[in-house]
Design a protein around this ligand. Structure first.
Ligand code: NAD
Length: 479
């Protein structure tokens, strides 16, 4: 029996769309079909795969406006929807360069044994399952798909059931790139569909929450397939007394509230030197109060609606808990319901500490809690007092001073004198630390390499000294 899944519109709060979940039997059949297509795809020279991906990119570019329109309906925000589509277009070119480098021909190289040289080839995982979240629906749906395809894998993608309206347009783009439909399929569904995909795939790329990531890791471990996990964060920022406070406040306001705070790499905790804290908070509040809600039209302001109903509850609970434990809301703080959509203006909170959920759990809202520190050691200890390790930011008078702190932060990417550079500059290889993820980098050249296993070929070129038992066996036979 097919399962219909209703989809909520975040600007109206109404259910006005639905998808049909693909069941486990069809997922298994689809994986078998992709496995057949993948054999020829992987055997092609990488340049041919790049050419197909270029056709796909052109199809996406032709539908740029359509894609933006459906993304705006799914998420309620405009500028970030534009950024998402453009990031995918740029990502195809970048990953194509990484793929060319990855498959550059290699000569036989010497080994420790002068009579043996080695080379190898790269063997793609046949079918990769890609499972993505709702916060950047289009960009995160394709961020692993493109490098996997370039590596020579086939891919089955399941975008989030919360934001699926771009799926029909994406399928049209796939159909327009010759041969791509044999190795790339986009399925609709929820967690049950996602779980069935893991049962049918040879590797899984998962972007989402820590609890689901744990379930995905368990399912993948049962099948001995790799799970590349990109999970949640509670990113800290440190602002020292020597920092340019105006520039730090602007950057942190953006980095905490972009996409209504629905970003894994959002700054969710700010630690500022106690000597400059008052001046910093005053500047931050003044800037926060100039930000406008994207209402009634998406183009009207910067802060769109909170995208899911569950996130409204989490945000409200974290703010209530902080206030109950003594925090002060300096600006923002109340969820406004406008025409059925739920909005929160940039919210600055002081008087916070690590007993509060706002400082420990992922909030995923446009909130900037600010806490003071006394000395670099305390700043580092506070920044590292978390189960997450996705990314961080440090602001100081010089890059050297900021980097000295950055080297001590237990996170996979640290932006120096800016925020969210890990997302904006995708060339830099990075891993996710602690509970924020697992596996090789999705950024930089490993984004392609991680879908390939290396098969070593070890070539005996001239007879050389053999282990003693060969000689013994030979002489016994001869006697
Ligand atoms: P989620 O974990 O609820 O869902 C993510 C995806 O997993 C969805 O497509 C869902 O249908 C699917 N899913 C659910 N149960 C499953 C199961 N048992 N097996 C397989 N798939 C299953 O996450 P979300 O609420 O959609 O996204 C928000 C989370 O994603 C936040 O925690 C955020 O920090 C994280 N995130 C991380 C990154 C990163 O790069 N590290 C980027 C964006 C978002």
């Amino acid at each position: 029996m097919t399962k219909q899944i209703p989809v909520r519109n975040p600007r109206t709060g109404e259910t006005d769309y639905e998808i049909t979940a693909m069941d486990a039997a069809r997922i298994a059949a689809e994986a078998d079909r992709l496995r057949v297509g993948q054999r020829a795809w992987a055997a092609w020279p990488v340049q041919r795969r790049i050419a197909v991906l270029r056709e796909f990119r052109d199809a996406v570019a032709r539908r740029r406006d359509d894609l933006i329109r459906v993304l705006v309906t799914d998420t309620g925000r405009l500028q970030v929807s534009v950024l998402e589509v453009d990031a995918v277009l740029a990502g195809i070119d970048r990953a194509s360069r990484f793929a060319e480098e990855t498959f550059a021909p290699a000569d036989l190289s010497p080994t420790g044994d002068p009579t043996v040289r080695t080379t190898g080839d790269l063997v793609a995982y046949p079918v990769v399952a890609a499972i993505s979240p709702w916060n950047f629906p289009f960009q995160l749906a394709l961020i692993d798909v493109i490098p996997a395809l370039l590596a020579g894998s086939a891919v089955m993608l399941k975008p989030s059931e919360m934001t699926p309206r771009f799926i029909p347009t994406l399928r049209e783009c796939v159909a327009e790139a010759a041969g791509l439909a044999d190795v790339f399929t986009v399925v609709e569904g929820d967690g049950t569909t996602g779980a069935a995909m893991i049962d049918a795939a040879d590797a899984v790329c998962f972007t989402g929450s820590v609890p689901t990531g744990r379930a995905v890791a368990r399912a993948a471990a049962e099948r001995f397939i790799p799970a590349f996990l990109e999970l949640g964060g509670k990113d800290p920022a440190v602002v020292t007394a020597s920092a340019d406070l105006d520039s730090a406040a602007s950057a942190l306001l953006w980095g905490s509230t972009i996409n209504s705070g629905h970003a894994c790499m959002s700054i969710e905790r700010v630690y500022v030197d106690h000597r400059v804290a008052d001046a910093f908070v005053e500047t931050l509040v003044a800037k926060a109060e100039r930000v406008r809600l994207a209402h009634p039209e998406p183009a009207d302001g910067q802060i769109g609606p909170i995208i899911t109903g569950a996130q409204v509850t989490t945000i409200r609970e974290h703010l209530d808990d902080a206030v109950a434990k003594g925090a002060t809301i300096r600006t923002g703080g109340s969820i406004e319901v406008l025409d059925g959509g739920c909005y929160l203006r940039p919210t600055v909170v002081t008087g916070v500490d690590h007993s509060m959920r706002l400082m420990r759990e992922e909030t995923f809202g446009p909130i900037i809690p600010v806490m003071t520190f006394d000395g670099e050691d305390e700043a580092v200890a506070l920044a590292n007092d978390t189960e997450f390790g996705l990314s961080a930011a440090v602001f100081a008078g010089t890059a050297e001073e900021a980097m000295a702190i950055g080297h001590r932060i237990d996170a996979g990417g640290v932006s120096v004198n800016d925020v969210c550079l890990t997302g904006m500059v995708p060339e830099a290889e990075k891993n996710s630390f602690k509970m924020s993820g697992l596996g090789a980098s999705r950024m930089g050249p490993p984004s392609v390499r991680r879908f390939l296993r290396r098969r070593a070929l070890l070539v005996r070129e001239t007879a050389g000294p053999r282990p003693w038992y060969y000689d013994a066996a030979t002489s016994e036979t001869e006697e």
